[in-house]
Design a protein around this ligand. Structure first.
Ligand SMILES: [Zn+2]
Length: 127
């Protein structure tokens, strides 16, 4: 995430981020992360320790939290799989030929291909 976005979010929710917590996600998920902050910052003991991309989805690690917060974190993760990580438009799961998963919209996937990344949609699990 661009540094200015990350700094702004941390300034708005100072109790939510542990010192040195990195937000290693792209700008497209900023709105999603912001809504998550809004929903959980009332629980004063919970802090993000790390926010990153895992298997193409948003994964937020926190200090110990209540079941309610945990469920909200999972919701955010599910939502991230339908949100382009670059631009925030509706997206879906894609993969590079080397197996790196990411969530993209059609335009951002096309852009990656145009820039020489060999990648395509991950077929929906039909089982
Ligand atoms: Zn996009």
């Amino acid at each position: 995430m661009r540094e200015e976005l990350e700094e702004r979010l941390k300034a708005e929710y100072p109790t939510l981020f542990e010192l040195g917590c990195s937000c290693d996600i792209d700008d497209g998920w900023e709105a999603l992360l912001r809504r998550l902050c809004e929903d959980i910052h009332h629980e004063k003991t919970v802090k993000f320790t790390q926010i990153k991309v895992k298997f193409g989805g948003l994964r937020a690690y926190t200090t110990a939290c209540s079941k309610e917060i945990d469920e909200r974190l999972q919701e955010a993760e599910i939502e991230s799989f339908w949100t382009c990580e670059k631009c925030g438009e509706d997206g879906q799961l894609a993969s590079t030929t080397s197996g790196w998963l990411f969530t993209a919209c059609q335009d951002c996937l096309d852009l990656r291909k145009a820039n020489g990344t060999r990648c395509d949609w991950v077929p929906h699990d039909s089982s």
